[in-house]
Each structure stands twice: as structure tokens, then as C-alpha cells.
Design a protein around this ligand. Structure first.
Ligand code: SF4
Length: 385
């Protein structure tokens, strides 16, 4: 590991990593990714609420002031995707780029161009890609992302805490402001590349007001985004909470007592369920009003996505939507059981109810997907028909 001289307040550590591509145990229904990676560990964007600085991720150095660059990322991925080197072929699925503990398009990418190299390998090996970033630098790679989209599928999404440029400058001053991010997303949409808004985290008592949330839906709909996914903010005790509280104290000191009430969970740092309910309750109305699904519609990828993954995602999305309506759901349990099955679902067509969590309704949904490629009930709840 080689430490480079300090560049203003940033320390760049170049390293040769041992591996890059991580294969998830099951498809991730929030991002539809099967694989992900961190090309950079640490993030120059240094958003005040970033969960990546939490101690559990063990990001080296002071978060925001030090970034580790995996300089051999391209060589590693070339090896990891090479079918000749694998005992079992990789299942086809989205490779997720971004988020985690470092944005793939943070300013260092201008110099290292590692993300671009990774994209050319993804294209060469015929995988789909889903990029999640807060940086307009992603537009540099519109050409190659467009080529991946023609060959396979590509999605470009961006995360927001609101669409208010002034608030963004307080909590995430080192990233492109929301109005610029929206322009970038629009540029990808104009090229026929799917994408959405991850409205996460919603900042309690600041960006969670109904009119602010509605503005996000309005702006996302205006540029024809394909979905909007909303999530609250976690505040884990330690580096994450301390950093966020410094900003809160400076700009919104009166809100501290309210934060103390909703952030009592020491383990996960989640706000109370009553608080989550307060903004969840109007999401369904906004989703319907602006015709924006609250999750990435898996139906869009039915031509190539393995059927088991489509079923798992469909059931997890149904679980979310059912609970959002205040109803109980066993779809999530069924999705998990199915994700752990060793035998193909097509072999179990006549014994689906023997799978834990699968009752008669879930059985009908699964059969619908096995027979037609998608579930009409799911399409209805997602507002797709
Ligand atoms: S861009 Fe993402 S990874 Fe980077 S600091 Fe902000 S929230 Fe964290």
C-alpha cells in the first residue's frame, strides 16, 4: 500500500486489492443488483449523513479526508468475469456500481478513470449495469453506458435528500446540486437509458415535509424517471451520528430534541416506526398521482432476468407495498425461502405451497410469472397497467 502526499485536505492511498466483485447471496430488490463492488473506499463527497463512515465498514482513515483507490480494479475484474477461470458460470444479473462506502464518480475518478475501465469490461463480458451516483461526472461515460444498454441493460440512478439546492448545500456541499443531478438524469433518459431517483435519506423534520417530498415526485416525473425509491435516514452512534449532529447543531439546533426522541435505536440507528409511518403514509398517493413506481419495476427485465430472481424481487416488492398499506404480509418470508432453494422453481410448479411462506395467493403469483413472465397483480400494485 502506497500513501500519496497530502493533496490539500485529501489523502489518497493507492492499493492493489485481492478481489473486487462481490456476489450477493440473493438479488437485491432495491437496486436489482446481483453483484457489486467498491472501486474506491472512502468518499470525497463527504455527505454529512453518509452511512459509509459508520465504524462497522472499517473504512480506513478519516472519512471524507482519505480515499483508498484500488488501482488494479480493472485487472481484477477482467479475471473475475473471465468464464475460463470460473468453475461455475456467473448468473446473469445487474452489476451495481456506486453507493456503499464510496461514489464511483467522486472527483478522483477524473484522474484514475477506473470506473470507465470497469464499464468497458462489463460491456465486453455481456453484463447489465446499474449505476448509482451523486455526481454529474457520470455523463462522461454516456457513450459506453449507451453501448451496454444496447447490448444488455443499463440503468443510471441518482440519490437525493431533496430537490432543494439550498438544503443540499448544507448537508452534502461537495456534490453536484439536485438541479444539476436532474439534468444529468434527463440526459440519460433522452438516450433511452432507464433510471430513477433514490430519495434517500429523507432528512427528518427538514426534507420530509409533504410539499418537499411532492416536489421530488414532480421533478422526477417531469424528466420521465422510471421509479422513485424513498427511505428514511439511519443515524448510528459513533462517527455517523457525531458528524451529522455537528451540521444539525450549526444549522438547525432547535431540532436536536426531536432527533433525540426518534433516534433511540443504538444498534441500527433506525428512526422509530411511528416516525417512518409519518412520511410513508402519503407515498402511495404520490406514486399514483405522478405515475412513479416506488421500486424498480422488475417486469422491465423479464426478457433476460433469471425467473427465480424475478420471483424473489416481485415478492419483496409486494411485501413492501402491502406493508405500506398497513396490511400484514408473508411475501417477504416466501421471497427469502425461494432465494435459498437449490432446485429450479420450474421443477416445483406442482408443489409450490410446500415452500415456507408460500400460500395459495403467493402460489398464484408465482405461477403467473412462470407462465407469462410477469405477475398481473404486481403490475397492478406498481401502477404499471
Ligand atoms: S456520495 Fe454516497 S458514498 Fe459518498 S459520501 Fe455521499 S452518501 Fe456517502
Amino acid at each position: 500500500m502506497r500513501e500519496k502526499p497530502k493533496n490539500f485536505d485529501l489523502t489518497v492511498v493507492e492499493t492493489e486489492a485481492k478481489s473486487l466483485l462481490r456476489q450477493a447471496k440473493k438479488i437485491d430488490s432495491w437496486f436489482l443488483s446481483r453483484y457489486n463492488m467498491n472501486i474506491y473506499r472512502g468518499c470525497q463527497h463527504d455527505c454529512s449523513y453518509c452511512d459509509g463512515r459508520t465504524e462497522k465498514y472499517q473504512v480506513e482513515g478519516s472519512f471524507g479526508q482519505q480515499v483508498t483507490v484500488k488501482t488494479n480494479a480493472g485487472e481484477l475484474l477482467a479475471r473475475e468475469l473471465d468464464p475460463q477461470r470460473r468453475r461455475k458460470p456467473l448468473i446473469k444479473g445487474f452489476i451495481g456500481l456506486g453507493g456503499g462506502v464510496g461514489d464511483a464518480y467522486q472527483p478522483l475518478e477524473k484522474k484514475y478513470k477506473l470506473t470507465r475501465k470497469i464499464l468497458s469490461l462489463i460491456k465486453k463480458n455481456g453484463f447489465p449495469v446499474h449505476i448509482l451516483t451523486k455526481s454529474t461526472l457520470v455523463e462522461r461515460d454516456l457513450d459506453i453506458i449507451g453501448q451496454i444498454n444496447k447490448k444488455e441493460s443499463a440503468m443510471v440512478s441518482m440519490s437525493f435528500s431533496s430537490v432543494d439546492d439550498a438544503i443540499s448545500k448544507i448537508f452534502e456541499p461537495k456534490v453536484s446540486v439536485p438541479s444539476q443531478r436532474l439534468k444529468t438524469l434527463a440526459a440519460f433518459k433522452q438516450k433511452g437509458i432507464l433510471g430513477g431517483m433514490y430519495l434517500m435519506p429523507v432528512i427528518p423534520f427538514i426534507t420530509d415535509a409533504p410539499d418537499m417530498m411532492e416536489n421530488c415526485f414532480k421533478r422526477a416525473a417531469k424528466i420521465n424517471l422510471d421509479f422513485i425509491t424513498v427511505a428514511g435516514m439511519t443515524l448510528k452512534p459513533g462517527r455517523q451520528k457525531d458528524t451529522f449532529y455537528k451540521i444539525l447543531n450549526k444549522h438547525y439546533p432547535d431540532l436536536i430534541p426531536q432527533y433525540e426522541i426518534i433516534y433511540q435505536d443504538k444498534k441500527w440507528g433506525s428512526p422509530t416506526s411511528e416516525y417512518i409511518h409519518s412520511f410513508n403514509q402519503f407515498l402511495l398517493d404520490l406514486s399514483e398521482k405522478y405515475n412513479l413506481p416506488l421500486r424498480i419495476p422488475v417486469t422491465l427485465f423479464k426478457k433476460w432476468m433469471p425467473v427465480k430472481d424475478r420471483i424473489v424481487v416481485t415478492l419483496e416488492h409486494l411485501d413492501y407495498l402491502t406493508k405500506l398499506r398497513g396490511q400484514k404480509s408473508s411475501y417477504g418470508y416466501a421471497a427469502y425461502s425461494i432465494s435459498q432453494l437449490k432446485s429450479p422453481l420450474t421443477d416445483m410448479r406442482h408443489s409450490l405451497t410446500s415452500i415456507k411462506g408460500v400460500g395459495n395467493v403467493t402460489e398464484r403469483i408465482i405461477l403467473d410469472i412462470l407462465n407469462t413472465g410477469s405477475s398481473s397483480y404486481y403490475d397492478h400494485l406498481m401502477g404499471l397497467n
